[in-house]
Design a protein around this ligand. Sequence first.
Ligand code: SF4
Ligand code: SF4
Length: 481
Amino acid sequence: MPPQPAHLKRDANAADTESYRDSISTVDKQGKRVWVYPKKSHGKFTNWRSRFGYALLALLFAGPFIKIGGEPLLMINLVERRFVFFGQSFWPQDFLIFVVGFITFIVFVALFTVAFGRLFCGWACPQTVFMDQVFRRIEYTIEGDWKQRQALDKGPLTGDKIRKKTLKHVLFFGISFLIGNTFLAYIIGSDALLHIVRDPSSKHMVGLIAMTVFSGVFYANFAFFREQACTTVCPYGRLQGVLLDRKSIVIAYDHVRGEPRGLVRKGEERSASGKGDCIDCKACVHECPTGIDIRNGTQLECVNCTACIDACDHMMDSVGLPRGLVRYASEDEIAEKKPFVFNTRLKAYSGVLVVLVGVLIALITLRSDTDSTLLRAQGMLFQTRPDGRISNLYYLKVLNKSDHPLPVRFELLEPAGELEFVGKALDIEPGALAQSELFVLLSPAELSGMKTQVTIGVYSGDKLLEKVSTAFVGPMKRIGT
Ligand code: SF4
Ligand code: SF4
């Protein structure tokens, strides 16, 4: 975490100013959960986040059903070990692409976080988007704003309470069921999901169990676990401590302008009162879904949801002070009024990122539809044919990495010679591995010693998909020389 803002060290309760870092705000001293009742948020950022969130939700739910060339936009089929990104299939044999892709992703995350803090958490993380745009909205509609919800939870078990709680949890489970099914569609594909839905349940017991488990996990998460996912479980949240520095853009309280905080007195002239602009109304605290006080500085629990910006702007408007006491800013910007700087660390991360993206694009562009291996039969050296030619026996394995059946044929490219197949021509299903045995026949004049490199082209129709090379073993000396 960036160093402590100076105002906290000046605070009269200096001994207590760091104590909030010893525990999370949603767990009390006895280790019991403190339920957060965030006040309903309104304002410019809340509106923009809602629009963006709904667009993301539409994309998320439509994702498994959007097809490119017959393949889904995104599918991570762990069962069949097939992965589809933007309609292109990848297999475990594309390991190098996965490794480079993963490293690129990590560098991107690090770079993005160093520069913009937890912007992703507030605007695009599914946990925040679902909580803010779906589940909390249902809760506000059925149970009311924070005070009504607090009263309802503390109050006796009346018919009204049972009705509200039942309705809320039925809706929560229904939406969790939808999310669970969508999640499953990203794993097994939308077609397989529709089969599970339409066919008799006895035919898809595993699929139905997966559906139930996913729905239950999502329901438990959104109905009960909530902000704990961000504050105690999310690994990205834990990374903030090492990635953020004083130059990272976060949602920050302008302590230079705000301190010393103090309530507004009737008829008080703020500028002449010696107080800062923070009127200590705690609106920012009441609207925080993770239950923290942004005025304590950047904290791991902050998911950058912007609710405190809107809350504070509203209060500034109401007392006639300028907006932006809580805003997107870096600690340096606030403390020293420095503008955002593209520092050495950002430059280094960007350079590495550009190189990795280049390698990744090259790997994907140059990726072949097949992955072939050519192995000489073990325990056999070479055979001399009656016509004087030398032959070696090989096993040729071809994996079809495309998403369609692939008829393949082979040609000897180097040196001049002949291929003699033991089996029939290969027609390989998507993701399947086919094997063929073949002899390579070379005339002695083509041999360049005991070992000669041979190259075989793997074709589909007239298209050369791949070249595979290996050694051809011949006699010590050229025959006839
Ligand atoms: S401190 Fe502000 S931005 Fe951070 S979680 Fe709370 S309300 Fe959201
Ligand atoms: S909402 Fe603004 S003025 Fe009110 S306590 Fe928070 S920072 Fe201070």
